[in-house]
Design a protein around this ligand. Structure first.
Ligand code: C5P
Length: 225
């Protein structure tokens, strides 16, 4: 397998941004697609698969190494520590674009006012930060869920892969009966030139296997094998 001496890192789940000791801001990502990707990478013969567990709601596949984080800043630190040793990074986790500007040490109290404002500050774009680093021989894979369909959605995805300097982007059209809950996932994988390298529709397992196959076909990994 072209992955036999490769370390694959997959982020899965969704970040939680603390507000106070008992509250957080988050999203609905369960970590299912990330777990399926880690399992598919192991099946495809990867030497080592690290699953960065970002509040996953599903069990981890057997055989992966787990790194547990919760917030975007924790994820940033974990990826920083893993970056040198990894060969493939699949950024499947849903990362919050913003976090509360201040994390209260005490539980916030209800006030007399009928409204409450929470100030948010922008989180770093982790994939873009890693994409800007020198990375000979490493393959960076991003995800993009877009509600726009057809050419417009694909154009957004092309702009995203270029902005983040990733090698591959898994573009997922959400809404219109796709991508949510038990409905089959449908994805297209594009490269930096915007070419569609492949597509898959079906279960998260099937989609994961197809994505891993496309990653394996990248010349960087092929040449090394
Ligand atoms: O920009 P957008 O959130 O649509 O990009 C999605 C991709 O970028 C995913 O791969 C996600 O893990 C990654 N991302 C990130 N840091 C952020 C936001 C998204 O690494 N702050």
């Amino acid at each position: 397998s072209p992955l036999r001496d490769k370390h694959v890192v997959v982020t899965a789940g969704g970040t939680r941004e603390p507000i106070d000791p008992v509250r957080f801001l988050s999203n609905r990502s369960s970590g299912r697609q990330g777990a399926a990707l880690a399992e598919a990478a192991l099946k495809a013969g990867a030497q080592k698969v690290t699953l960065v567990n970002v509040n996953m709601e599903v069990p981890l596949p057997e055989g992966v190494e787990e790194v547990k984080v919760s917030s975007t800043l924790e994820l940033e630190k974990a990826l920083d520590e893993l970056f040198d040793s990894l060969d493939v990074l699949i950024m499947c986790a849903a990362v919050s674009d913003y976090r509360p500007a201040v994390v209260s040490e005490e539980k916030l109290k209800k006030t007399a006012s009928d409204t409450f404002s929470l100030e948010l500050v922008k989180n770093p774009d982790l994939l873009a930060q890693l994409g800007a680093r020198p990375r000979e021989g490493k393959v960076l894979v991003g995800f993009a869920a877009e509600t726009a369909g057809g050419q417009a959605g694909l154009d957004f995805a092309k702009r995203k892969i270029q902005a983040k300097q990733a090698d591959l982007l898994v573009y997922n059209q959400v809404g219109n009966e796709q991508g949510f809950g038990d409905r089959p996932n449908q994805v297209q994988v594009i490269n930096r030139q915007g070419e569609i390298l492949g597509q898959a529709a079906g279960s998260k397992q099937l989609v994961a296997e197809k994505i891993i196959e496309i990653i394996i076909n990248q010349s960087i990994l092929k040449d090394a094998a």
